[in-house]
Design a protein around this ligand. Sequence first.
Ligand code: ZN
Length: 270
Amino acid sequence: MLAGAASGRLRAAIVPVTILLAACAPLPTKPPLTAYSMLPAVQYPSPNFNERRPGFVILHHTSDSNAKDALGTLTRSSAEVSAHFLVARDGTLYYLVDELKRAWHAGPSYWGGEIDMNSNSIGIELDNDGVEPYATAQLEALMTLLADLKVRYRIPVANFLGHGDIAPGRKVDPGINFPWKRLAERGFGLWCEPPYEPVPANLDAGSLLGVLGYDLSRLDAAIGAFNRHFAGIESRVMIEENRARLNCLVMKKTSGQPTQDAGNGAAKTR
Ligand SMILES: [Zn+2]
C-alpha cells in the first residue's frame, strides 16, 4: 500500500522546504492585485506564517471502468480536471497534485457559505464507474488516507463530503453505492440513525438543509443530494423520517463535533 509510505516521504520532503521558506522567502516585489499596484506598500516581511491548509475533503468517483483511463483524463492538460489523489479499485494510491496546491476537482460549488471548494479542500477520486459497488481494498486504502489527512490538517468530522453534496443537481458522485455510514463509523463525516428526536413543525427541510451546508438555490436538487448521501435513496422528496434524520445531523453539526486533535497544536493564532 502506498498510502502511509507515500505520505510519509512527502512530509519528509515538504517540511524542511516549508521551514526554509518561512525563514527566508522574500515578498513579491509588488502585491499581485492590480488595484493595489497604484498604492505604494512598504515591504516589511514577517517570519510568522506557513502554508494555508485545506479544511474539507471532497470525494468523487471517476465514472471510468479502470484507473488507467482515469489517470489519463486527470493528467491531460486539455481536460482541465484533476484531483489530489486517485484511489484505484485494488487500493493503489496515486498522488497527482500537491496537497497544498489547488486541484481542479470541484468546479462551481457551495457548502455552508463557501463558494470556492477547490481552494479549501483535498479532492479524492475513486476508481469506480458509478454503478458498481466500491471495492473493499479501495475503501481500506481510502480510510487510511483520510485518517492521515484528518490528523495533519485538523479536518472537522462534518467536513468529509461528496461532490454531489457541494454541487447538487450538477453532480452525483461518489453516488448511491458509496458507504457513507462506514466512513462515519471511522470518524469521517456525520451520520444519524433512528430513533430520532421529534422535529418542530416550523423547522422546514429547506432551513435545515441550509444549516447543514447545502446550496438552496435549487431546493429539490439539495433534497436529492441529501437523500443520496444520508438516506441511501434516489429521491427529491423529503419524507418525514428523513426530515428527522436531517434535524439530527444539524444538531450534531451545531453542537460541534471535535476534530481529531482539538486543543493539540492549535495554540495562539496559528
Ligand atoms: Zn466529482
